[in-house]
Design a protein around this ligand. Structure first.
Ligand code: ADP
Ligand code: MG
Length: 453
């Protein structure tokens, strides 16, 4: 569909043509008519699908240039993303004179931002922590705001920004248009949408609409060959992250240890762990500091891991319900999931009972053995001995890591903040740099002990 089908100004259409945007991308075609009508929209679309222009064209069309007040606010998870959004908005706005767009992010000096704010702006793009700081100091007012955008909302929640977002919203007028963009839909995202949006139009682009697609494999394994088969499954199918379910604590520890010996990054979780140990393991698995989680059923209950690429039943589960529940964790958000079930001949009375149209029964001996296969974690977790009770927030940690020639926001993963501790996932190759930066620096003007998990 062409942009000219939309009620856009001549200048905007001309500019889009100049930029080389000839046709709308699917997310633009589906969301822009609603956005231009003033409706709240929640939209899911992959990275690179053109979300920035979708909300950008919407907010620029709505903007009253003559009214020199902050009318639009865009919240982004990192400084890099905020810079990208500002750049795209400037390009879209270049034919309208005198539109002022200001970027406000943590990890950069506060002083110069005050100066820029004093000169005024129409549009603010920034990270929740820094925006909140300006709101509290009353150096920024949202009194005239009529468009609020949460860009990459899932990433913001992952980074621990939900509290800051809620506080920022407290400063915004109730009557406004709110747009929410997210690559994935989770319960948390739907909760946020229902608490901050009104009658939101729900948009998913078709490429993401493919329902949970799970490929189910069953392998009959010779006696004592399960571990070997497990490693072969990993090396042949190369999953990002896996949960291996087994029946006992002893087995869970044994499998995890053997995998570690084989340079496959694994941790065990079972009922014998202390609460804090359990937490350390779950945090590392969820933030990509651990690739394989070996779990007993009890321990895995209530575990909500998004985007799991593989589930392995190391033992055949008792009952169909357990089976369905276990494998349902994989293949989320349109990605294809893989489910494997291993059994020895003596563990199963009649394999036919498990057969149906969708399940593939294979011979474990046909899996190739791949020499030198390793599974290394993407991230490493830093623990900070400070949390909510110490008033430590995601924005403070992000600022301490990225400020003053620090790390790029893209090297920082999930941030989890608990009462007395915080966990930050750091890209593997950047861990020493990050550790040093936090150890020598301060968070909120205070020193905290920091260690690598
Ligand atoms: P997202 O935020 O969904 O990840 P972006 O908004 O960053 O994606 O857009 C990705 C790229 O696509 C950018 O380079 C942008 O300039 C380009 N783009 C956006 N809309 C169009 C369009 N209608 N036609 C051609 N290119 C587009
Ligand atoms: Mg984007």
């Amino acid at each position: 569909m062409k942009f000219s089908n939309l009620p856009l100004s001549k200048e905007m259409l001309h500019n889009l043509n100049e930029i080389g945007y000839k046709e709308m991308t699917p997310i633009q075609a589906q969301s822009l008519p609603h956005i231009l009508e003033g409706k709240d929209v929640i939209a899911q679309a992959k990275t690179g699908s053109g979300k920035t222009a979708a909300f950008g064209i919407g907010l620029l069309t709505k903007l009253q240039v003559k009214k020199f007040r902050v009318q639009s606010l865009i919240l982004c998870p990192t400084r890099e993303l905020a810079d990208q959004v500002s750049k795209e908005l400037r390009m879209l706005a270049r034919t309208t004179h005198n539109i002022k767009i200001l970027t406000l992010c943590g990890g950069t000096a506060f002083g110069p931002q005050l100066g820029s704010l004093r000169h005024g702006a129409h549009i603010i793009v920034g990270t929740p922590g820094r925006i909140l700081k300006h709101l509290k100091k009353e150096t920024l007012s949202l009194e005239n705001l009529d468009m609020l955008v949460l860009d990459e909302a899932d990433r913001m929640l992952d980074m621990g920004f939900s509290e800051e977002i809620n506080e920022v919203l407290g400063f915004a007028p109730k009557t406004r248009q709110t747009l929410l963009f997210s690559a994935t839909y989770t319960d948390e995202i739907m909760d946020i949408s229902s608490s901050i949006q009104k009658d939101a139009v729900n948009i998913k682009t078709t490429s993401n609409e493919i329902a949970n697609k799970i490929s189910e494999y069953f392998y009959e394994v010779e006696y004592g060959q399960k571990l070997k088969t497990l490693v072969n499954i990993f090396s042949n199918f190369k999953p990002e992250n896996v949960i291996v379910f087994c029946n006992t604590k002893v087995e869970a520890n044994e499998i995890a240890n053997t995998l570690q010996d084989k340079k496959i990054d694994a941790l065990a979780i079972h009922g014998d762990l202390e609460q804090y140990e359990r937490n350390d393991v779950l945090v590392q698995f969820a933030n990509k500091s651990c690739r394989v989680l070996v779990a007993t059923d009890v321990a895995a209950r209530g575990l909500d891991i998004k985007e799991l690429s593989m589930v392995v039943n190391y033992d055949i589960p008792h009952g169909d319900e357990t089976y369905t529940h276990r494998i349902g964790r994989t293949g989320r958000a349109g990605a294809e999931g893989l489910a494997f079930t291993l059994y020895e001949a003596n563990e199963i009375q009649n394999a036919d009972e498990y057969k149906n149209d969708t399940r593939l029964f294979e011979d474990a001996n046909e899996l190739k053995e791949i020499i030198g296969f390793e599974m290394r974690p993407v991230n490493v977790t830093l623990v900070i001995e400070g949390g909510k009770k110490d008033k430590v927030r995601a924005g403070d940690i992000l600022g301490a890591l990225t400020g003053d020639a620090g790390l790029a926001g893209s090297s920082i993963g999930k941030i989890d903040i608990y009462d007395r501790q915080s966990y930050v996932a750091i890209e593997n190759s950047k861990i020493d740099e990050a550790h040093k930066q936090l150890k020598n620096g301060k968070i909120k003007g205070k020193k905290f002990s920091v260690w690598i998990l």
